[in-house]
Design a protein around this ligand. Structure first.
Ligand code: NAD
Length: 510
């Protein structure tokens, strides 16, 4: 891959500042962040992180821009987002390739991530004409009551490395049509893709007279995220990442009674019943477990398999794992690319050691790859272990392609196993039995934010609300009515009569 040309195409070849109010890039005294590609271990670029002074400038500009942006009619704001979607269509190949190279996911998944941005732009455009409130019948004569939704202000967005651009767009595109301005703190592991997005958006905003500050960028690590969490000027902080991070953000934002919107870790299971179509189940399990090298929040981490089909399923799984090709994710013949960095490899090794220590039986061997093509030290083998559901390690999310399989006898037992983890993001049942499917989806079924039938746990369409329960944080982003999180609700009552009747029939004569 010609990196120089790619960076030039995206107009980020000279980038070294990571702090921007839109078209302006601010000189910042923050630490230097080196972005290395996990694909080949090469340095892509170095970026100056945001410091307290440049952070202040970005937030002040976002506040000033809000004054103007909130008064632009919502469909007009939608029109701007439509233009961003069009530009992303033009830049899809370049941006998708950079996502793949900087994050390490396959080229198809990199392009897919940009497609998700385009889709959410389309969704947001339609939404810009549908920010509906309710009308409510008043108990008082000649009164009218209704609810309306107003923009919130400056929305802070903290994103994770594994979806370096799509998750930002889920938040920003919806927040913009709602009339908010945004300040984005991307993962310090993927600063270049964020800078590329900022350039694309800033050019469209400039051409269309959108005020400087509607899109702010503050590259940096945890400390920069903490500045936003503690900042009373930011009414909503939408944070995607680990449960550890979410707890810290929730505590800081909650302490100032701000609004956190959390999208945190998952520990997703597929229940394979004896009435499953095993071919569908195998495809879903393998893609779910090894896609993005196990680094999706919705990655399949547990298989809960009926004892009658356990052995045959295991055989098919082992055969499927034998076909998996590991290597450069930009080469479309490979199925699995690298982990994000060597720290992630350490976490993989630790979990493999832990499951072995607890008595897990190896079904497909683990290991770190070395030699030609694997010089970055970030490539690991997708592995499978037979475990008992009570194992401590099975309750944890390890962000790597480690799959645990276990047996069950009754559906009640399978659902209890699936729910007995701290996380509650995605879940799935493989069955052609209608009663089993309905039980799984019922009040006594899956406790996750996403529950699927005959589809794996991994990935989701932008039209539905995305998010999960328990330690996944309870937030919902992207489709359905998730937009309400980005606005404040106001109840209005108008008296058009000539007296002042009080609510609840209260009498007050003077
Ligand atoms: P991470 O928690 O290490 O970092 C995520 C972001 O939070 C980064 O931008 C980081 O700088 C910032 N951050 C870290 N500590 C912070 C703090 N105390 N205050 C403010 N900001 C802080 O996560 P990661 O390794 O980048 O991503 C992987 C995790 O993200 C996994 O747990 C995965 O399941 C989760 N994830 C969840 C979803 C979802 O929608 N539920 C989507 C993608 C990723």
């Amino acid at each position: 891959m010609n990196l120089k040309k790619l960076l030039k195409n995206l107009e980020i070849e000279k980038t070294n500042e990571g702090c921007s109010t839109g078209t302006k890039w601010l000189k910042s005294g923050g630490e230097k962040i080196d972005s290395f590609s996990p694909v080949d271990g090469k340095l892509i670029a170095s970026v100056n992180a945001t410091d307290a002074k440049s952070y202040e400038a970005v937030v002040l500009q976002a506040q000033a821009a809000f004054e103007t942006w909130r008064m632009v009619p919502a469909p007009k704001r939608g029109e701007i987002v439509r233009l961003i979607g069009n530009e992303l269509r033009k830049e899809k190949d370049h941006l998708g390739k950079l996502v793949s190279y900087e994050m390490g996911k396959s080229l198809q998944e990199g392009l897919g991530e940009v497609q998700e941005m385009i889709d959410i732009a389309d969704f947001a455009v339609g939404l810009s004409r549908q920010l509906y409130g309710l009308t409510i019948h008043s108990e008082r004569p000649m009164h009218r009551m209704y609810e309306q939704w107003h923009p919130l202000g400056v929305v802070g967005i903290i994103s994770a490395f594994n979806f370096p651009v799509a998750v930002w767009s889920w938040n920003a595109f919806i927040a913009w049509v709602c009339g908010d301005t945004c300040v984005w703190k991307p993962s310090e592991k993927t600063p270049l893709t964020a800078i590329a997005c900022q350039k694309i958006v800033a050019a469209i905003f400039k051409e269309n007279g959108v005020p400087e500050g509607v899109s702010g960028l503050i590259v940096g690590g945890r400390e920069v995220g903490e500045m936003m969490s503690n900042d009373v000027r930011i009414p909503l902080v939408s944070a995607t990442g680990s449960t550890r991070m979410g707890k810290a953000v929730a505590a800081a934002v909650g302490a100032r009674l701000g609004r956190p919107l959390l999208e945190l870790g998952g520990n997703n299971a597929i229940i394979v019943t004896k009435d499953a179509d095993l071919n569908i189940a195998i495809r879903a399990a393998v893609f779910g477990a090894v896609g993005t090298a196990g680094q999706r929040c919705t990655t399949t981490r547990r298989l809960i398999i009926h004892e009658e089909v356990y052995d045959v399923f295991k055989k098919k799984l082992v055969a499927a794992y034998k076909q998996i090709k590991i290597g450069d994710p930009l080469d479309e013949n490979n199925h699995v690319g690298p982990l994000i960095d060597t720290l992630a490899v350490d976490a993989y090794n630790k979990s493999v050691a832990a499951v072995k220590k607890e008595g897990g039986k190896q079904v497909v061997a683990a290991g770190v790859l070395s030699g030609e093509g694997f010089e970055s030290g970030c490539y690991v083998k997708p592995c499978v272990f037979e475990v008992a559901p009570h194992f401590e390690i099975v309750k944890h999310e390890t962000f790597a392609p480690i799959l645990y399989m276990m047996k069950y006898k009754t559906l009640d037992e399978a659902i209890a196993i699936q729910n007995n983890v701290p996380q509650g993001l995605s879940s799935s049942i493989m069955t052609l039995n209608m009663r089993e499917a309905e039980q799984f989806l019922s009040h006594k079924g899956s406790d996750c934010g996403i529950a699927n039938v005959n589809i794996g746990t991994s990935g989701a369409e932008i039209g539905g609300a995305f998010g999960g329960e328990k330690e996944t944080g309870g937030g919902r982003e992207s489709g359905s009515d998730s937009w309400k999180a980005y606005m404040r609700r106001q109840t209005n009552t108008i008296n058009w009569g000539n007296s002042l009747p009080l609510a609840q029939g209260i009498k007050f004569e003077v």
